[in-house]
Design a binder for this molecule. Structure first.
Ligand code: NAD
Length: 473
């Protein structure tokens, strides 16, 4: 089958739904239950005025979609993007429902957006927009620790989450748990050590698991393991830059990084810290000393590599450009980066696609831990860290006493109790590894691709929640 033209206008919501229908065919769930799971429970579109620094007023459009409240609170990021629309937000909220179910994170799915290009606004204007957006959610009862808990997404980060938390806290005086109304906050506002890099780290753990499967790698014509694998990263933001850093640390070679304004290439490997430093100095990744600047961002997608990591936005790999892709694995770090037509064509060409609802779930997994931390009002590790350290030293002393063996100072100084970052990383590693094992088992059992397998697992878990409510058979 030949694919012509681009399907970039493909509606994300429909694409997600098509994939769910494909997965549902492997299950025996009641049709009305499936209709309920697929339907978006609530979507709210609103607009509000914002005073700009020059005194003019701009009317800003915004959304919050709560796709499934089979579990509460619902959870999902807030996106600042000029091209966002209600269909995109519903599709992204649906992905959150399936992602949370797959990863055993006890939330329903949600997503929010403000239709702006953040680069066109000052810090003060962004603060006014974020606070007003939060206020609009509060007055509709669409935010709260037990209701709906936003997080960062494309175009937002810890600063915006701090404004969300503060606005909510000021309006809900006396609510001891108010800071659990949002995740991805700065540490000083009950944020979690390890949250900002969690999605990129999860991408690394997920790819490490996938590449460890000898049989799968053999089918792709690749050696097992991440070591020496060549990687192209599309989108060098929070997710892409952290994923690149962890993958490079894990022995992979980042040969190309693609951004909105172009791509940089070095077949012997780009140094992630140098790209970060160059961009913070010049405002662009282009022109990095020692790297070739490719003629266009599109050219970056055609670079030969083992793994392509789209970490920018949805629909960046589509029917119009998939034929030029020369990777063996597509690792969906972004949400919905591969259109349904491209997905089909790439799988027919024998590529492995590691789906978004699994691969970028490190973010929501860490967000779950942050929510628990904000509710518990205590940092992970605070209670047991020193106690564990003492216990390890007492064990070593006992072994030394019994055997006469003296352990060297370096070993002794490494015997520490786990701090918050250690615990968060360990939880992420465990979650990504166990979920991959389930994913692979279901994919083998049904002889189907990883995306379909991920959705089968998610549907089974959501159906079980509904069954326990006694609503559906
Ligand atoms: P971000 O805003 O930090 O970074 C995105 C980067 O992509 C920016 O540098 C932007 O310039 C670049 N970009 C945009 N369009 C591009 C294009 N066509 N080609 C190349 N580069 C392009 O956003 P982020 O938080 O890293 O999110 C990226 C993706 O990951 C989104 O799909 C988001 O939904 C998903 N995601 C994010 C998180 C999280 O924790 N931040 C969690 C799960 C999934």
């Amino acid at each position: 089958m030949e694919y012509r033209g681009a399907d970039t206008s493909a509606r994300l919501n429909e694409q997600v739904d098509q994939a769910v229908i494909r997965a549902a065919a492997f299950t025996k769930h009641d049709r009305t239950l499936l209709a309920q799971v697929r339907a978006c429970n609530t979507v709210c579109e609103f607009a509000f005025p914002i005073r700009r620094d020059d005194g003019s007023v701009k009317v800003v459009k915004a959304w919050r979609a709560q796709h499934s409240d089979h579990r509460l609170p619902t959870k999902g990021g807030i996106r600042f993007s000029p091209n966002v629309d209600s269909d995109e937000i519903i599709g992204l909220a649906a992905l959150m429902t399936y992602k949370c179910a797959l990863m055993d994170v006890p939330f329903g799915g949600a997503k929010g957006a403000v239709q702006i290009d953040r680069d066109e606004f000052s810090a003060g204007e962004l603060e006014r927009i974020t606070r007003r957006y939060t206020f609009e959610l509060i007055r509709r009862n669409m935010i709260g620790p037990g209701v709906d808990v936003p997080a960062p997404d494309y175009g937002t980060g810890p600063q915006e989450m701090a404004w969300v938390a503060d606005t909510y806290r000021q309006i809900s005086r006396g609510d001891l748990d108010a800071l659990a109304c949002v995740t991805g906050k700065p540490i000083a506002l009950s944020g979690l050590r390890g949250r900002s890099e969690a999605t990129g780290l999860g991408v690394f753990y997920g790819l490490r698991e996938a590449c460890a499967q000898e049989e799968d790698m053999r089918k792709l014509g690749l050696a097992p393991g991440l070591d020496g694998k060549t990687i192209v990263i599309q989108g060098f933001g929070n997710v892409g830059a952290h994923a690149a850093a962890f993958l490079a640390q894990g022995g992979a070679r980042i040969v190309c990084v693609i951004e909105r304004d172009g791509a940089i290439f070095n077949p012997t490997g780009l140094k992630v810290a140098e790209i970060v430093e160059h961009r913070s100095r010049t405002g662009s990744i282009l022109g990095l000393p020692g790297a070739e600047t490719l003629p266009s961002a599109a050219a970056g997608l055609n670079v030969e590599c083992d793994i392509l990591v789209p970490a920018a936005l949805e629909n960046t790999v589509h029917a119009g450009n998939q034929a030029g892709i020369r990777a063996r694995i597509i690792a969906e770090a972004a949400n919905g980066p591969v259109t349904a037509l491209a997905d089909q064509a790439l799988r027919q060409r024998g590529l492995m696609i590691i789906p978004d609802i699994y691969l970028n779930a490190g973010g929501v997994t860490a967000s779950y831990l942050e929510w628990l931390k904000s509710l518990a009002h205590v940092r992970f590790g605070r209670i047991e860290q020193r106690f564990d350290q003492g216990a390890y030293h007492r064990i070593v002393e006992a072994v030394s006493g019994a055997t006469g063996h003296a352990f060297d100072a370096q070993i002794l100084s490494g015997l520490k109790g786990a701090g918050e970052t250690d615990l968060v990383r360990s939880a992420l590693e465990e979650t990504m590894a166990t979920t991959f094992a389930q994913l692979r088992a279901v994919s083998t059992q049904h002889r189907t691709d990883l995306r379909t397998a991920a959705l089968i697992i998610a549907l089974d878990k959501i159906a079980e929640s509904y069954a326990r409510m006694g609503i559906f058979p």
